[in-house]
Every structure is written in C-alpha cells, then in structure tokens.
Design a protein around this ligand. Structure first.
Ligand code: T3D
Length: 261
C-alpha cells in the first residue's frame, strides 16, 4: 500500500500530500499519525519556512474514513475519543505552527477535510473544488473547528446554512463568502499555491509566526489586550535580524534577504 501521506521538502517549503485517492483522501488513524509527524517536523526544522498541504487525485479530503470502523451494528460509539486524540490536536498543531500553511484544495473537501482546509493560513482552491459540511448528512455536528471557523469567516447565517443543509459550496462562492483566500483555474492551482508557499519561505518567518499568534489571540482578546500583545510581539520581531534587513533593503532599494530570524 502506498503511504497515506507524502512529504517532500524543497527550498524551504515542506509539501504534504494527503495520499489515499481511492477514498478521496479520507482520514484513517495511520494518516493522522503521519500528518502529525510531518507537522511536528515542519515546526522543529529551521530549514522549513512554509508548508504546502494538498491532496492526491480528484479530491482534497473527504473527512473521517467512514469505513474504518463498524458503525452500523447495535453498539454505540463514543466519537469524543477520535476528536480528542486526533482531530483536535491536528487543528491545534496547525494553528500553533509558527510557519504559514498554504492549502491547495484540489477537489472536494468534505467533513473534517473541509475544516482542515479552513484551519490553514492561506487557502487556494481549484475552481472545480468544493466544500461540504457533510456532518449533518450522517447525523453529526461539524467538528475539526468548523463551528468556530464558519461563523467567523462567513457569518452566522451562512455558517448555519452550510452546517444544517450540508450543501456543496463551490470554490468561487467560498472565495466570495470569505472562507478562502482565492479560487484559481484548475490547471494553475499547484503552480499558484507553490509560488505562494515558496514566496512565504523567503519571508520573515518569525514575523509570520507571530502574525498567526496575534490573529489567533484576537478571537478572544479585548482591543486593550490586543494592543498590549501587538506591542510585545513588535518588540520581539524588532529585536530580530529580519527587521533590520527589511529596513536596510527598503532604504537601499533592493529585495530583502530574510533569514527567518
Ligand atoms: O471519528 C469520527 O468519526 C468523528 C470525526 C468525524 C469527522 C468527519 O469528517 S465526519 C464526515 C465524514 N465524511 C463524510 O461524511 C463525507 C463522505 N463522502 C461523501 O459524501 C462523498 O464521497 C463526497 C461528497 C465527498 C464526494 O462524492 P463523489 O460522488 O464525488 O465521490 P464518491 O463516489 O462518493 O467517493 C469516491 C470513493 O471514495 C467511494 O469509494 P468507492 O465506492 O469508489 O469504492 C467512496 O465510498 C469513498 N469515500 C468518499 N468519502 C469517504 C469514502 N470512504 C470512506 N470515508 C469517506 N469519508
């Protein structure tokens, strides 16, 4: 069997490809484990300065592999176990990763697969791709951060529509609704996402990490607390090499050569 996750690294970008195309890259336990390892490596390895996440084949990810366990019998299943041990740590790891994650949604993103995409930092989707909050279709509630991301990105009315109806939302509407950064032509998706990730890998990595942290904190902070946080983060990046290089490059009218420090 081919590995359910493919990982490669080039010029500061770690590309992670969900690789169970015959199941539209639905999550099983092995895939969760390998994705966790890949994200941990991306966090620990200083040579990795951006992550590019995509899917193999015609889908991005169809969420939990519904054939992984027997659900149809009489026995009730406690789903909090997989949520607590697999999906929640995944979202937390992605949001806490101090490096940008670009997501190239190459096809349908359903259930947890849709919300893994929404947990990324810059989401590009092929025009033919779609997002489906498939949970209610099988009697579940959105997980993997869906009930947090959706109202914040799209507003309550659209969040409820998507979650209650489980309808397919096309990439262009997802862009219009503010769920993703951009819908792009199918044949340009990987080139555009790759260029974005490689550009970010040349950027001020520390600042990017702190930008992620600041936006995350803003969800619960008061303006006052956020202003204090901005002061502290600006102090931190201001003490770093990249700020000095950025200003020098501006004044010398050249492209900055950020080292991510
Ligand atoms: O631990 C827990 O369970 C709690 C956590 C839950 C998190 C969740 O993600 S719950 C939501 C799970 N996902 C879904 O409910 C989506 C199920 N998939 C679909 O609704 C459809 O496949 C799609 C709308 C995504 C795509 O439809 P379509 O027509 O393009 O493709 P298809 O023919 O349905 O799927 C192609 C193959 O992939 C097919 O296999 P086959 O018949 O060719 O052998 C299908 O069974 C398989 N597949 C698709 N999604 C899943 C899957 N197999 C297992 N699990 C899946 N989620």
């Amino acid at each position: 069997m081919p590995p359910p996750i493919l990982v490669s690294a080039e010029a500061g970008v770690q590309t992670v490809t969900l690789n169970r195309p015959e199941r539209l890259n639905a999550f099983n336990a092995e895939m969760h484990g390998l994705l966790r390892e890949a994200l941990e490596r991306a966090g620990d390895d200083d040579s990795v300065r951006a992550v590019l996440l995509t899917g193999a084949g015609r889908g991005f990810c169809a969420g939990q592999d519904l054939s992984e366990r027997e659900v149809r019998g009489d026995e009730a299943i406690d789903l909090s176990v997989t949520i607590e041990t697999l999906y929640n740590p995944l979202v937390r790891r992605m949001r806490a990763l101090p490096k940008p994650i670009v997501c190239a949604v190459n096809g349908v993103a359903a259930g947890a697969g849709a919300n893994v995409a929404l947990a990324c930092d810059l989401v590009l989707a092929a025009r033919s791709a779609s997002f489906i909050q498939a949970f209610a279709r099988i009697g579940l509630v959105p997980d993997t951060g869906g009930t947090w991301f959706l109202p914040r990105l799209a507003g309550r009315a659209r969040a409820l529509g998507l979650a209650l109806l489980g309808d397919r939302l096309g990439a262009e509407d997802a862009e219009r609704w503010g769920l993703i950064w951009k819908a792009v032509d199918d044949d340009k998706l990987m080139a555009e996402a790759g260029a974005l990730a490689h550009g970010l890998a040349q950027g001020p990595t520390r600042a990017y990490g702190l930008i992620k942290r600041a936006l995350e904190a803003s969800a619960t902070n008061t303006l006052d607390a956020q202003l204090d946080l901005e002061r502290d983060l600006q102090r931190e990046v201001g003490l770093g090499e990249d700020y000095r290089e950025g200003v020098a490059a501006f004044l010398e009218k050249r492209k900055p050569a950020f080292k991510g420090r």
